[in-house]
Design a protein around this ligand. Structure first.
Ligand code: NDP
Length: 262
C-alpha cells in the first residue's frame, strides 16, 4: 500500500515516527508520504475521519489517543483487543482496522539484544497503557511470571483482572511500587516518571539481571541505578523502532529488518 501515512497525537512535534517510516521506505524502495498530525484533545475522531477521507492509507496513534483509537475501530486484532489500545489504523472495505504493535516491538527489541525471554520472571513498573500492551506479547515470547508494580495499586489490580484470562499459561501478580523485593530476570520501567524528571527508587531487596527503560532520550534514575549495579540496560528507542517495523509490515506487506535501524 503506497500513499499517505501519518502519526496522530497531542503533542506530536516530538514524534520520531516519520523519520523511521521514511528510512524503511527508502531502504525497501517504497514511495510514501508520512505526516505528523496534531489532533485537538477533543477532536481525535474528527481528525481520523478527515485523514481517511483525504485518501490516507494508514495512521499511527500516540499519546493520549490509543484508547480512543481502540474504541473507534470496526475490526481489531487479537492483541489490540487484549491491550484495549490501538497504535496502528488502516481502512479496508470501508471498515476501520486497528492493531497494537507496541508489545511486539518491545519483544523484538529485547530479543535483538540477545536477552532471552523464555521462562523468565519479569517485573514491570507502571500499570498504564504501555504495560497493557506488552503483557500478552511478553507471555507469548516465553515469560512465565509477570509482576506489575504501580504507585496506584488499584490500577494494577484492574489491569491484571483484565488481562489474566488472555495469558493463562503465565502467573501474574501485583505489588506496590514502594514495596519492591524479590528476584527477576528483567525489570521494565513502564512508568512515565523519567518523562517528568521524577525518580524511581529500586531498593536493595530487589534483585534483577536486566533493565529496560521504555522512555528514551531522557535522563532516567531507573537506568542510573541499574548501571550502578552492573546490570545490562537499554532504553526504549529499540521498542519504538520495533513497533514502527510492525506497523510498516501491516501497511506495505514487507517487513524492514529491525537491526538495520537501531
Ligand atoms: P500512562 O500515562 O498510561 O501510565 C503512566 C504510568 O506511570 C502509570 O502507571 C503511573 O502510575 C506511572 N507513573 C507516572 N509518574 C510516576 C512517578 N513519578 N512515580 C511512579 N510511577 C509513576 O503512560 P504509558 O503507559 O502510555 O507510557 C509509559 C512510558 O512508556 C512512558 O515513558 C512512555 O514514553 C513509554 N512508552 C514508550 C514506547 C516506546 O516505543 N519506546 C511506547 C509506549 C510507551 P499511576 O497509575 O500511579 O499514576
Amino acid at each position: 500500500m503506497a500513499g499517505l501515512f501519518a502519526v496522530i497525537g497531542n503533542p506530536i512535534e516530538q514524534s520520531r515516527s516519520p523519520e523511521l517510516h521514511y528510512a524503511f521506505a527508502e531502504k525497501l524502495g517504497i514511495e510514501l508520504s508520512y505526516q505528523k498530525r496534531l489532533a485537538p484533545l477533543d477532536g481525535f475522531e474528527a481528525s481520523v475521519t478527515e485523514f481517511f477521507a483525504q485518501g490516507g492509507s494508514g495512521m499511527n496513534v500516540t499519546v493520549p489517543f490509543k484508547e480512543q483509537a481502540y474504541a473507534l475501530c470496526d475490526v481489531l486484532t487479537e492483541r489490540a483487543q487484549i491491550a484495549k489500545a490501538v497504535n496502528t489504523l488502516w481502512q479496508k472495505d470501508g471498515q476501520l482496522y486497528g492493531d497494537n504493535t507496541d508489545g511486539q516491538g518491545l519483544v523484538d527489541a529485547i530479543l535483538e539484544l540477545n536477552w532471552s525471554l523464555k521462562n523468565t520472571r519479569i517485573l514491570i513498573l507502571g500499570a498504564g497503557g504501555a504495560t497493557r500492551g506488552v503483557i500478552y506479547p511478553l507471555v507469548k515470547a516465553g515469560a512465565k511470571h509477570i509482576t506489575v508494580a504501580n504507585r496506584t495499586l488499584v490500577r494494577a489490580e484492574q489491569l491484571i483482572g483484565d488481562l489474566k484470562h488472555a495469558v493463562p499459561e503465565a502467573e501474574l501478580d501485583i505489588v506496590e511500587l514502594a514495596k519492591l523485593s524479590g528476584e527477576y530476570d528483567l525489570v521494565i520501567n513502564a512508568t512515565s516518571a523519567s518523562l517528568s524528571g521524577e525518580a524511581i527508587i529500586l531498593p536493595p531487596e530487589l534483585k534483577f539481571h536486566h533493565a529496560y527503560e521504555m522512555a528514551y532520550g531522557k535522563p532516567s534514575t531507573f537506568i542510573e541505578q541499574a548501571k550502578a549495579r552492573g546490570v545490562p540496560t537499554t532504553e526504549g528507542f529499540g521498542m519504538l523502532v520495533g513497533q514502527a517495523v510492525e506497523s510498516f509490515a501491516i501497511w506495505h506487506g514487507v517487513k524492514p529488518e529491525l537491526k538495520d535501524f537501531l
